[in-house]
Design a protein around this ligand. Structure first.
Ligand code: HEM
Length: 557
């Protein structure tokens, strides 16, 4: 391919230097290959680019691209940005000849089987960047492959070229289940959906889950969090110890029930609720099956999925029918119905929200507690903030924390230390290893041309553990998010919720829930962990490799 023999560069066109309110200060970045800069032409393009209006900026974009194409180069991608450019691609350091390498020349690994079987694939991902480099092609035994990227500039290139319908190949086994049941589902859902089919569903929740519209549910969510804390308290053993994670799953289940159905599902009842337990179990099994079906044995995994999803769908369908009995109701289901969404699409969406919420938030909270226990002094500092927000043990969190801005979650109202703990947890111990995309255009990543249609994994977790992005990257240091002078950090790879139009739909809700629950726990308990170090197993999500038994002692006041 001709492209491969030429060099690639980011060209910057400063669009507006006036800094006016309309078009701000925009630069147009164009990734080209085969561009041989001629200084006189360059001056021609960059001269007189000061225009105070966005329309003119757009017009100039077309003019610049037309000019570039006339130079005979190939335009790979372009975007507007106010950020500093990466004028010289980072990989020129590794390839001083600046020649773009072909896809076949990309360093390869695999096939690996052991690490998938042992649920330890995250360890291989971490090793590859250290041993092979920032761009690695993993070969699978069926002959297919996947590109793993670890460099922040490649993250930017991928996300900026996402387009209107970002493509992600995941949850294929769910897609098969739903396609096989057209009487229940119109589409495969948010996780596996692609193109216009995905967009149709996604735009039913344009602001995601947990924004302003959910404000009236804050009271109920706080009651759920209080019930969770009470349940934990009443299940501590004689040494005040507890494996808290199963209770966190019940809390997350109950909370997503409130958000979607505006009702309590009794998952936090003192006597275990069998239906809730079965649903939580079905969600865990589904995650494991999604993971295993990605790495072979698709048919066998599909067979395992059927009873779990049949049960899940049957119970959620019954909840939806009950919600629809009250057409005046105010829950998300009523709202979607009123806006004309079909019952099949509502079922698909609600199932995806339950599935998305049950594992991720509790695992993050559990990792946060584990890390907090290994970080001397942080609990006392957080509690100082929390005593201000909740002076008494029975003080309401949202009454005091939400006074200023009426949002379910408002970072500026929360304890800065609690926020820093959560951000650091999501950096070091996120629930997902990273994010996936299929590139819809040819892209140059790390100096290699990746033809459109390839599977790419943005290795956020592994990259966040590299010294080049975070100082002392393997240490849990919440202060790195409080004192940017003291700790060097570069955020481009730290994307625990993904990015762009396809980023996690539950991010605002997850933030709100994590902040609320961690604040309640640290306000009420001194938490310690005195047992052996906990490792990670990954079955779609990063789970602890053993029960994490915390000691939780009530704080006196
Ligand atoms: C700490 C908690 C969470 C983390 C770290 C997380 C992370 C992610 C990531 C990385 C993605 C892929 C984004 C992309 O492709 O750019 C995603 C997608 C998704 N998440 Fe979350 N998530 C969390 C909580 C939740 C919650 C609470 C819900 C439901 C309320 C949820 C529902 C979903 C759904 C449905 C998708 C698919 C969205 C789509 O493709 O349009 N997640 N999440």
């Amino acid at each position: 391919m001709a492209v491969v023999d030429s060099c690639v560069d980011w060209i910057t066109f400063p669009m507006c230097r006036l800094g006016c309110l309309v078009c701000l200060e925009l630069n147009l970045y164009v990734q080209v290959c085969g561009f041989d800069p001629d200084p006189s032409l360059w001056t021609f393009v960059t001269r007189n680019r000061q225009h105070p209006c966005r329309m003119i900026v757009r017009h100039l974009k077309h003019a610049c691209l037309a000019w570039l194409l006339s130079t005979g180069c190939k335009v790979l991608s372009c975007h507007f940005s106010q950020e500093a450019s990466f004028e010289t691609p980072y990989w020129h350091r590794y390839f001083p000849d600046k020649r773009i390498r072909g896809f076949d020349e990309m360093p390869t690994v695999g096939p690996v089987t052991e690490e998938y079987k042992n649920f330890k694939i995250h360890e291989a991902y971490q090793r590859w960047v250290l041993e092979v480099g920032h761009v690695v092609k993993e070969l699978f035994s069926d002959g297919s492959c996947c590109v793993h990227v670890y460099h922040k500039d490649d993250f930017v290139t991928i996300y900026r070229n996402d387009g209107k319908y970002p493509l992600r190949k995941s949850h294929q086994v769910i897609a098969r289940y739903r396609r096989d049941r057209p009487h229940l589902y119109n589409s495969v859902g948010l996780g596996p959906g692609m193109g216009a089919e995905w967009h149709y569903l996604r735009r039913m929740l344009p602001s995601g889950v947990g924004g302003n519209a959910y404000l009236p549910l804050r009271q109920q969510l706080e009651e759920v969090a209080d019930d969770f804390v009470d349940l934990v308290q009443s299940n501590l053993d004689e040494n005040n110890e507890i494996d808290i994670l199963p209770y966190m799953f019940r809390w997350a289940f109950e909370s997503i029930g409130v958000i979607t159905l505006n009702r309590r599902l009794n998952a936090l009842a003192k006597v275990k609720n069998e239906e809730a337990e079965n649903l939580i179990e079905a969600a865990h099994l589904t995650n494991e099956i999604i993971f295993l079906s990605n790495v072979g044995d698709f048919e066998k995994q599909y067979e395992r999925l059927i009873p779990a999803q049949d049960y899940f769908a049957k119970v959620i369908m019954a909840y939806l029918l009950e919600a629809n009995l009250d057409p005046e109701g105010s829950c998300l289901v009523n709202k979607l119905s009123a806006e004309g969404a079909s019952p099949k699409d509502i079922l698909t969406l609600i199932l995806d929200l339950f599935q998305g919420a049950i594992g991720t938030v509790p695992l993050t909270l559990n990792w946060a507690l584990y890390q907090v226990c290994r970080c001397p002094g942080i609990q006392e500092r957080a509690r100082k903030d929390l005593l201000r927000i909740m002076p008494n043990k029975d003080s309401r969190y949202y009454e005091s924390a939400g006074r200023r801005v009426e949002l379910l979650f408002q970072a500026s109202n929360a304890s800065p230390i609690v926020q820093a703990i959560l951000r650091e947890t999501l950096r070091l111990s996120p629930p997902a290893i990273g994010n996936g995309r299929i590139n819809s255009k040819d892209l140059v990543l790390g100096g290699y041309l990746v033809p459109a249609g390839n599977m790419i994994v943005l290795q956020s977790q592994a990259a966040c553990r590299l010294e080049e992005y975070f100082e002392r990257p393997l240490e849990f240091i919440p202060d790195r998010f409080l004192d940017s002078e003291k700790y060097h950090k570069k955020g481009g790879v730290n994307r625990p919720f993904g990015f762009g139009p396809r980023a996690c739909i539950g991010q605002p809700f997850a933030h709100g829930q994590l902040t609320l629950a961690l604040s309640k726990i640290l306000r009420n308990f001194e938490v310690t962990y005195n047992r052996e170090e906990v490792g990670i197993i990954n079955r779609l999500h990063n789970e602890p490799d053993r029960p994490v038994i915390f000691k939780m002692e009530q704080v006196p006041h």
